[in-house]
Design a protein around this ligand. Sequence first.
Ligand SMILES: [Zn+2]
Length: 164
Amino acid sequence: MTHATASVKAVEVTGFPLPPPMRRALDLAAEAAASGEVPVGAVVTHGEDVVGEARNAMRGTLDPTAHAEMVALRHAATRLGQARLDGCTLWVTLEPCAMCAAAIGLARIDKLVFGAEDPKGGAVVNGPRLYSLPTCHHRPQLLGGIGEIEAASQLRQFFALRRR
Ligand SMILES: [Zn+2]
């Protein structure tokens, strides 16, 4: 096998309702875009409970690490009172970058569900494919392509407007 993408990619069924945490993550991404941030949203669930959520906030907070996933992980850790998020799922609209993918591993997230792939900045099924490296000590279950069409369209619209 030359590429891991096919094995983690879910079939997108048009009109099929999205899992509520991904629906919420996409709404958070739309909020980000409305604030001039690259539209990415993230939600952390523990069982049925939402324990953390955030959207990109780098520009607004002047914090280059304020990616949606990082902020959502911090919220979840605070809410659960522990640094390790065993038993949690992280839902994010875009394939995580290297920083976020590493943080997701450090947090011991059980399952990572993402929307669109990011061929330029992604580090899960693109670029370094962090969880495939021998130095990676925790590999979450992966599921890609959930909410992909809407997530990709949010990003396209955002960058098209910025290029004007
Ligand atoms: Zn990131």
